[in-house]
Design a binder for this molecule. Structure first.
Ligand SMILES: Nc1ncnc2c1ncn2[C@@H]1O[C@H](COP(=O)(O)OS(=O)(=O)O)[C@@H](OP(=O)(O)O)[C@H]1O
Length: 196
């Protein structure tokens, strides 16, 4: 991470920070969370692109496919148990240092979520609705015209990839598995993300 000078804000992002041991103390923490079931499939999709010989999603998600026992040691599943990870974080950081951004709203209302981010960081609301448009081809919002560029800018090919088909009963079992953790997470954050 680069040194931060007076008047500057250093931003760093990766999902794995949420489950790692090392993290600076005096910092604001922004966590983008989406439905853990979709998150697991997204995670799997990303790994599948790098390793096409990967076993099926259901092979990795279940310890035992007959009993439906979920394999929580698989990181794609484990990361989505947000309440557990947040429990650890709250041992060291107060809830006020966190902002939880809805991954779903980031797609349906990017300006709204960015408004919350700017408020949380104590910044003027510079990024607003007028900076976004919905790109039909990409199927996601994109930036109209980033600073210093004359062209619109969407996120790269690796963001917003189509997901493989996962059997409905597999998704159903996973949804049942996450439900109590989701409820706990809503309670802890005071936000209902509407994943059920
Ligand atoms: N505007 C816009 N354009 C494209 N994609 C968008 C956008 N907003 C949110 N998303 C969602 O971001 C998901 C990928 O982000 P990740 O945080 O998983 O990426 S990474 O882990 O840092 O590689 C990615 O997940 P997948 O759909 O599974 O690819 C997207 O759903």
């Amino acid at each position: 991470m680069p040194r931060t000078l007076d008047g500057q804000i250093t931003m760093e992002k990766t999902p794995s920070y949420f489950i790692t041991r090392e993290a600076p103390r005096s910092t604001k923490l922004i966590v983008v969370v989406r439905d853990p079931v979709t998150r697991a499939v997204s995670d799997y999709t990303q790994t599948l692109t790098k390793n096409p010989g990967l076993p099926s999603f259901q092979n990795l998600a279940f310890k035992n496919s007959t009993t439906g026992l979920i394999d929580t040691s698989w990181s794609a599943v484990r990361i989505g148990i947000y309440a557990k990870h947040l429990e650890n974080w709250l041992r060291y950081f107060p809830l006020t240092q966190f902002l939880f951004v809805s991954g779903e709203k980031l797609v349906t209302d990017p300006a709204g979520e960015m408004g919350r981010v700017q408020d949380f960081l104590g910044l003027k609301r510079v990024v607003t609705n007028k900076h976004f448009y919905f790109n039909q081809t990409k199927g996601f919002p994109c930036l109209k015209k980033p600073e210093g560029s004359s062209r619109p800018r969407c996120l790269g090919k690796s963001k917003g990839r189509p997901h493989p088909h996962i059997p409905a009963d597999v998704l159903h079992r996973l949804r049942d598995f996450y439900r109590p953790f989701n409820m706990k997470f809503y309670q802890m954050t005071g936000q209902d993300f509407g994943w059920d």
